[in-house]
Design a protein around this ligand. Structure first.
Ligand code: ADP
Ligand code: ASP
Ligand code: MG
Length: 409
């Protein structure tokens, strides 16, 4: 008898029919002899709707109240999945994040998991029940409800799998991890397996199919994660750590992200401590900064440009404007009509020519590159928002990603 933590995303529990369908899948798994914990997201776009509703009430919703509001989305779906299982004659119980023992710090809307105390979960499983857990949420030492950040039901699932020593399966509306978002590039191909490193780079550059912190926890606790469809029986993609680094000497996938904005500080005095002076207050304001470019200075002045998520721009801009006044920078400009496109693959670090090929392909398509950043296994270009989809397709072709990968070494 195997213990498995499954995760069903918002699209998989979007309405009553789909919830019944998910219950049917869980039932078959139980009948096959496995113990199942199922982590669920809120139905469809519920989280976005709750967010919008709060903003209809006030421009500045209180963080604590917001977390309680958002957590209700997952509570609705978990109870409905449990009821659907009851209707099929399967013993099941739903547990909120708090009831499942998921303890977090007190940073509302982006709380981090401190520990998981799965005693209750284990007791329910020992009684022969399926346990449905609401994703995306936990509880602080002071019994305050927290949420873990957008898309983090994945994180709940992987963290629970680690705590329980279970395997992990993430069910969604696509048949696995593809060479690019199949909704943008129809020729995208499903990858049979992908390493934690590659998945982390793809996920943190916008491939929504896995939440980056979930991949990180998977890597740290060595939890293999199967990504597959909740609608079909296709085999899916296994994310794991057992792939030899140089097995695939090629680009594995392309990620894109439209949730990007940039901030430019012009006329910044070029002296020690300026970068720290800009980025420390942003860190204190919980703004994560991504691509950073500082120009060579001319006459003791330089320009500093960096990207944040669109959602963080409203919080970041006033902080940067204050810092600009303090350090005597001449101007702050913001731009939220940009996006990111990245190529990812462990082969990138050892073979030359990937960057040149990427820039040539984009230039041949008339896509202007505004900023560039790299890691050992990734190259990212910032381009105009309305050219991102073209860029994905052009790069998919340039790196021949529609072609099957060579057999394993
Ligand atoms: P869920 O509702 O299950 O949480 P998400 O919408 O968060 O699902 O994630 C699944 C979506 O991720 C897919 O519909 C697809 O558009 C998108 N996606 C982006 N990049 C990729 C990729 N490389 N492979 C597969 N899907 C991707
Ligand atoms: N419902 C939450 C969100 O939309 C969490 C999740 O779906 O993973 O961000
Ligand atoms: Mg999601």
């Amino acid at each position: 008898m195997a213990l498995v933590v499954q995760k069903y995303g918002g699209s998989s529990v979007a309405n009553a029919d789909r919830i019944r369908h998910v219950a049917g899948r869980i039932k078959r798994r139980v009948e096959a002899g496995d113990q199942v914990v199922a982590v669920v997201s809120a139905m469809g776009d519920t989280t976005d709707e709750l967010f919008a509703l709060a903003h209809q009430i006030t421009g500045h919703p209180d963080d604590r109240e917001m977390d309680i509001l958002l957590s209700t989305g997952e509570m609705v779906s978990m109870t409905l999945v449990a009821m659907a299982l009851h209707a099929l004659g399967v013993d099941a119980v739903s547990l909120s994040g708090a009831q499942a023992g998921l303890r977090t710090d007190a940073v509302h809307q982006r709380a981090r998991i401190l520990s998981i105390e799965p005693d209750r979960l284990r007791r329910e499983l020992a009684q022969g029940r399926v346990v449905i857990v609401s994703g995306f949420q936990g509880i602080t030492e002071e019994a305050e409800v927290t949420t873990l950040g957008r898309g983090t039901s994945d994180l709940t699932a992987v963290a629970l799998a680690a705590a329980l020593g279970a395997s992990c399966e993430r069910y969604t509306d696509v048949e696995g991890v593809f060479t690019a978002d199949p909704n943008i590039e129809p020729r995208a191909r499903r990858l049979e397996e992908v390493s934690y490193e590659e998945m982390l780079e793809l996920a943190s550059r916008g491939a929504k199919v896995m939440q980056p912190r979930a991949v990180e926890i998977g890597a740290v606790y060595n939890v293999p994660i199967l990504v597959a469809s909740s609608f079909t029986e296709a085999p899916g993609t296994l994310i794991h750590g057992g792939i030899a680094m140089e097995q695939f000497n090629r680009v594995r996938g392309i990620a894109h992200d439209l949730d990007v904005a940039k901030i430019t500080l012009r006329g910044v005095p070029d002296r020690p401590g300026i970068a720290a002076g800009v980025f420390e207050p942003l860190a204190a304001g919980h703004v994560s900064v991504d691509v950073i470019v500082q120009n060579a200075s001319a006459e003791g002045l330089t320009d500093l440009t960096f990207t944040v998520s669109k959602g963080d721009l409203g919080r970041a801009a006033p902080i940067v404007e204050r810092v600009a006044r303090e350090i005597g920078a001449s101007e702050v400009a913001t731009d939220d009509k940009i996006g990111k496109v990245s190529i990812v693959g462990t082969g990138i670090q050892s073979a030359p020519g990937f960057a040149a090929r990427m820039f040539r392909a984009l230039s041949d398509a008339g896509v202007n590159i505004e900023m560039i950043s790299t890691s050992e296994i990734r190259i990212t270009c910032i381009v105009r928002e309305d050219r991102v989809a073209d860029a994905v397709r052009v790069l998919h072709k340039a790196f021949e990603l529609e072609k099957a990968e060579p057999e394993q070494l």
